[in-house]
Ligand binder design. Structure first.
Ligand code: PLP
Length: 386
């Protein structure tokens, strides 16, 4: 049976070149970058080379990159760190209704601690309206956090415009770019953001490593305290194998970006055209302002979980809603925010493409999904009554 992995939004397989450098570091470069001896100096050199590669991918300076344990920690560091750093300025934070939980939950924590939280709505394609942000900004606003690309529906936000509005009012702007970095060109200066989170395992690097970009001069306090690593902003002995692997993944992402984006956009559009030809289906997210790798559709009269299990039996790995909330029966907050009813939201399917996917994979999915949908519907009392 054909095996088709189309869940790259949840995580990606390691690139073979990444495995090679990571294995080499694990085997041969075990020094602590803080040590003064040759082993330590060698490790330090590797660390700084990786920082340069990672910085280049987003058009930043190496000294503006702070390595973390992943996207979640980078998001928490940005939100909680800026809130702490600017406590005296004010206690108002703005975010959007479709953020990843790694952004929404730290914002909720601040709310419980007495902060005012404004959650901006999105339109039916999943886009924040710039005029809504302009109206929400206040004298005591300390941070705006709006994601670049949504992990469930793939919609891209007009970040440059949103960041400009925040900047005009002197407010720091953070973006969770975990889903856009490595898939489309991301440049911190063109976007005009002050803080940006990204993660290695979404770009063919290992799990458990990510980074926060902090524009020089931004006021932010650390969340943890200890040694002097990462210029005291993120103490603790560095995850050198992970960081060097992240650096390699960043180099490869930059090298292959244009060709892969073109190739995957074509595969994505074939999937969208094929799947939306099935009756009683809708595409979620923006038709064109979306990352090249994301397809998200909702089928009426279908239970998303049954669809996933049936596809799994066919060797197809997909997801419904987001991987982080699967196992819960609540429909995705993102799908509800773009106006879907609970019923339709429950019948959603997310296919996320990556470098290992081929035309052949798309053919297979387009052959199998309609058959599975038809079979599940034939067993649905609601479908048969309509
Ligand atoms: C995966 C993801 C995260 C979390 O990153 P981890 O490295 O898994 O902690 C945060 N935000 C978005 C949009 C993501 O897709």
């Amino acid at each position: 049976m054909q095996q088709v992995y189309m869940d790259h939004g949840a995580t990606t397989p390691l690139h073979p070149e990444v495995i090679a450098v990571m294995t080499d570091v694990l085997t041969n470069h075990y020094g602590n970058p803080s040590s003064v001896h040759a082993w330590g100096r060698d490790a330090k050199k590797r660390l700084e080379e990786a920082r340069t590669s990672v910085a280049k991918l987003i058009g930043a300076q190496p000294e503006e990159i702070f390595f973390t344990s992943g996207g979640t920690e980078a998001d928490n560091m940005a939100i909680l760190g800026v809130a702490k750093g600017l406590e005296k300025k004010g206690k108002h934070i703005i975010t959007s209704a479709i953020e990843h939980h790694a952004v929404l939950y730290p914002c909720e924590v601040l709310k419980k601690a007495g902060y005012d939280l404004t959650i901006l709505p999105v339109d039916d394609q999943g886009r924040v309206r710039p005029e809504d942000l302009a109206l929400a900004l206040r004298e005591d606003t300390v941070l705006v956090s709006i994601m670049h690309a949504n992990n469930e529906i793939g919609t891209l936000q007009p970040i440059a415009e949103l960041a400009r509005i925040a900047k005009e009012r002197g407010v720091l702007f953070h973006t969770d770019a975990v889903q856009s970095v490595g898939k489309i060109p991301v440049n911190v200066n063109e976007l005009g953001v002050d803080l940006l989170s990204f993660s290695a395992h979404k770009i063919y690097g290992p799990k458990g490593v990510g980074a926060l970009y902090i524009r020089r001069g931004s006021r932010i306090l650390p969340l943890t305290h200890g040694g002097g690593q990462e210029r005291r902003r993120r103490p603790g002995t560095e995850n050198l194998p992970g960081i060097v692997a992240f650096g390699k993944a960043a180099e490869i992402a930059q090298r292959d970006l244009t060709a892969e984006a073109d190739r995957l956009t074509k595969l994505r559009d074939r999937l969208i055209d094929g799947l939306t030809a099935i009756p009683e289906v809708r595409l979620n997210g923006h038709r064109t302002e979306r990352i090249p790798t994301n397809v998200n559709v909702s089928f009426r009269y279908i239970e998303g979980e049954s669809l996933l299990l049936s596809l799994d039996l066919k060797g197809i790995a997909a997801s419904s809603g987001s991987a982080c909330t699967s196992g819960s029966l609540d429909p995705s907050h993102v799908l509800l925010a773009i106006g879907l009813s609970h019923e339709i939201a429950h019948g959603s399917l997310r296919l996320t493409l990556g470098r290992i996917n081929t035309e052949d994979d798309v053919d297979y999915v387009l052959r199998e999904v309609p058959v599975v949908v038809e079979r599940l519907r034939s067993m649905s009392p609601l479908y048969n009554q309509k």
